[in-house]
Design a protein around this ligand. Structure first.
Ligand code: SF4
Length: 428
């Protein structure tokens, strides 16, 4: 973030210089210049340094952009009370406070033991949609099975999906495997320090690319995920970001400590996950509380405003648990639209009255109401029944001991649990 030195000069010479500059840059340039001046003027009033882009975006969102406290701001006056935390001052102080807190308080997560790009990438994919503590357990078993990119690229999909069991969002696992194979095919033995190459990988968007590049390679790029959006929204009392993630992305980039980009990004995420949480921010424990406008205004929960919740969708499902005389279990994959790449007992969607069911299972916003049938096949077939639906990829009988080695949803475990309680299985 740039300093606000030299701002606020009002002498005739300065006015002349500005006019000359306006004349030379044309209309678009003049607008930019005006924005710069407006930002400078704001900085001059408050001592806050903030970019012209953010100033303009902040004005659009009706948010006071002067987020970071200064000696002259109302926030600083409040922070000067004897019981209040020490004022942070400018961005350098905010950075120092957050980094010090992170280095002191961070959780001992296994991917923080080194900055190996493969491990950083794996951790970032695992942490998408999964709590860090849960992702940490999966990370350990993953790196045990696939310690490096070469090993992952050689894996078969079932092995990868089986390690992903219980984490949900299974497309992440399939993307991970395809990305590893694509990197190996291009001759890489680790995740490359190459933004274009990274962004072309399946499952790697702008956030994940910035996280990998900053943590593994030290690039000064802000990684802006939901946690970071929440933190900067509250710091600057911003509305929800627009489709390009603005103005939050600009503010996050300005706050980033370029000399410690990896730690900074992790510190912001850690803060959002543990302190500045969605529904119960712990402001008294927050290391950057004195710079936070939402805290000063007493309304952190209003920033960003909550998203309208997606309506719950109720889906009827019938699952048939079929065993053969040897106790093997019939599973298939490909037929059930919501979990197409995972092994399940034959399942079909059902309509009609969904008020009675054996158990519920949730997939994203969908509530599956599952009824269960159990059947034993009378003979011991060498082959599974013929695949009827065109979409079924595969159908096989499995020994119960093999279930731990295949890609399976927790829906399978639930179905087996409930089927074991069924007292009168039908004869098939
Ligand atoms: S002071 Fe409260 S609302 Fe502001 S960043 Fe810290 S935890 Fe979040």
């Amino acid at each position: 973030m740039r300093a606000a030195t030299g701002v606020g000069r009002t002498g005739a010479a300065a006015v002349k210089r500005r006019e000359a500059a306006r004349a030379s840059v044309g209309r678009a340039g003049a607008a930019a210049l005006k924005r710069r001046e407006s930002a400078r003027a704001s900085a001059d009033r408050t001592g806050v340094t903030i970019s012209p882009q953010l100033h303009a975006a902040s004005a659009r969102t009706n948010a006071p952009a002067q987020a970071l406290s200064t000696a002259s701001s109302p926030l600083s006056r409040r922070a000067a009370a004897p019981t209040a935390p020490r004022p942070l001052g400018r961005t350098a102080a905010l950075r120092r406070a957050l980094l010090d807190w992170y280095r002191r308080e961070r959780r001992d997560l296994p991917w923080r033991h080194d900055r190996d790009p493969y491990r950083v990438w794996l951790s970032e994919i695992l942490c998408q949609q999964t709590r860090a503590e849960v992702a940490a357990v999966a990370f350990e078993r993953f790196v045990l099975a696939f310690p490096d990119l070469d090993a992952l690229a050689r894996a078969d999909e079932d092995a990868v999906l089986s390690l992903w069991s219980g984490l949900g969002y299974y497309s992440r696992a399939r993307c991970l495997l395809r990305a590893a194979q694509s990197l190996r095919a291009a001759g890489h033995h680790n995740v490359p320090d190459d933004s274009t190459r990274l962004r072309a990988l399946p499952g790697v968007g702008p956030y994940t690319a910035a996280a990998i590049l900053s943590i593994a390679f030290g690039h000064p790029l802000a990684a802006v995920d939901g946690n970071v959006i929440r933190v900067v929204s509250r710091l600057a009392r911003l509305d929800r970001p627009d489709a390009r993630g603005e103005p939050h992305a600009t503010l996050a980039q300005e706050l980033l400590d370029p000399a410690h980009a990896g730690d900074w990004n992790q510190a912001m995420m850690e803060l959002g996950a543990r302190i500045c949480t969605p529904r119960a921010p712990r402001c008294p424990a927050c290391p950057i509380a004195t710079a936070c406008q939402a805290r000063t205004a007493g309304n952190p929960l209003d920033h960003p405003p909550p998203k309208p919740r997606r309506a719950r969708e109720i889906v009827g499902v019938e699952i048939t648990v079929t065993t053969d005389p040897a106790g093997r279990l019939l599973l298939e994959r490909g037929a059930f639209p919501l979990l197409r790449h995972l092994w399940l007992p034959p399942a079909r969607l059902r309509s009609g009255d969904l008020s009675s069911y054996d158990f519920k299972h949730h997939i994203l916003h969908r509530e599956l109401r599952v009824t269960l049938r159990s059947q034993h096949t009378a003979s011991r077939p060498h082959r599974a029944p013929r695949v009827g639906q065109a979409s079924v990829i595969e159908r096989r009988f499995f020994e119960p001991t093999a279930l731990g080695r295949i890609g399976r949803s927790s829906l399978l475990a639930k179905a087996l649990h409930h089927a074991a309680l069924a007292t009168h299985p039908e004869q098939g």
